[in-house]
Design a binder for this molecule. Structure first.
Ligand code: ZN
Length: 336
């Protein structure tokens, strides 16, 4: 009886120890599996290091749609001098132009900003009215006359310069002046080719192949030199002479320009060709009244000389406007 009891105790002990061993093994397997799973999950999530900067990727805000009929007016100036010639105006008149545009509620953009607006790349508030001041050729008065006014009125402008002339005479801008203006954030520098030779003139003396090679060089080399010497991105071009055709547009695109400007007195609208952006050619006859007529699209009626005006030689405001409009039409395509 006693022997049976001892055997029973030994059997029970073996069974308990066996069960414990089984449970321990099972626990070990579960722990290993848990550890593997955790490690894999950490790998999958790949959390940034503690303290690392986390930049959330948010969807790009949609640019505001341009209202139908939205127009941007682009003015093409050349030079500012006390005794204006055909393609210049006095500093006083330039200031009057800027004051007038301000008073009419215009925002001053650079040409590239206007293109951003047209192409949906503009992220700011849509200006109620937009105007662009552009100045061709690279006369020094862009630095001595225009630049102080831009700072005074917090306005912007785009300058089209031809690189061969920079720093060559006392009438031309210097690289230093261009650099200062480019860094101000108020002035965009764009290309007006290397030599300013009219493409039409080149076409007369060169074969088609020679013409293409020469124009390509003018477009590419001027962009490269401006970018290297000023440390800015040159996005636009103004064709010398203000004319364009399909060959020139294709060459401008090939040279890496995002847009190009011509002289053609009408506003930019949404459907515009980015390689033929129209500009109003400002001449010595562009009075404040003429400018107002452009930017408010005020219809101008041709009026007969009144008897009194004939006799005294005086002209009425309407007559001056009509004359300005006519001369703009005639001279728009003769811009330098
Ligand atoms: Zn020019």
């Amino acid at each position: 009886m006693k022997a049976i009891k001892i055997l029973h105790t030994i059997g029970s002990t073996i069974a308990i120890v066996g069960l414990m061993l089984v449970l321990l093994k099972a626990g070990q397997v579960t722990c290993e599996r848990m550890r593997d799973w955790c490690e894999k999950r950490i790998e999958r999530v790949s959390l940034p290091e503690f303290g690392a900067k986390v930049t959330p990727v948010l969807p790009k805000p949609k640019p505001p749609p341009l209202p139908p009929g939205y127009s941007i007016f682009v003015l093409c100036y050349h030079d500012f001098r006390e005794r204006p010639n055909r393609w210049s105006i006095s500093p006083k008149r330039l200031e009057a132009h800027i004051q007038t545009l301000r008073a009419l509620g215009f925002s001053f953009l650079t040409m590239s900003e206007a293109v951003d607006l047209l192409t949906g790349r503009w992220n700011g508030r849509l200006p109620e009215k937009a105007v662009v001041i552009t100045v061709d050729d690279g006369f020094r008065s862009a630095y001595t006359v225009l630049f102080p006014l831009l700072k005074c009125y917090n306005a912007k402008a785009t300058l089209f310069v031809y690189t061969e002339w920079i720093g060559k005479t006392s009438a031309a801008l210097t690289w230093e002046q261009l650099r200062e203006m480019a860094q101000s954030g108020l002035v965009e520098i764009a290309s007006h080719t290397v030599t300013h030779t009219y493409p039409r003139r080149l076409k007369r003396s060169l074969s088609d192949e020679q013409f293409k090679r020469r124009v390509e060089w003018e477009f590419v080399q001027s962009k490269r030199e401006l970018e290297q010497k000023l440390g800015v991105k040159v996005e636009g071009l103004a064709y010398p002479g203000g004319h364009v055709d399909e060959t020139l547009k294709a060459l401008a695109r090939k040279a890496g320009y995002r847009w190009a400007a011509v002289v053609n007195p009408k506003p930019i609208t949404v459907s515009v060709d980015l390689y033929a952006l129209p500009r109003y050619g400002v001449s010595s006859e562009t009075t404040v009244a003429a400018l107002k007529a452009w930017v408010t699209k005020q219809p101008i009626q041709l009026v007969r000389h009144s008897h009194r005006a004939k006799k005294t030689g005086k002209t009425t405001a309407n007559m001056r406007l009509a004359r300005n409009k006519l001369s703009t039409r005639i001279t728009a395509h003769r811009s330098r």
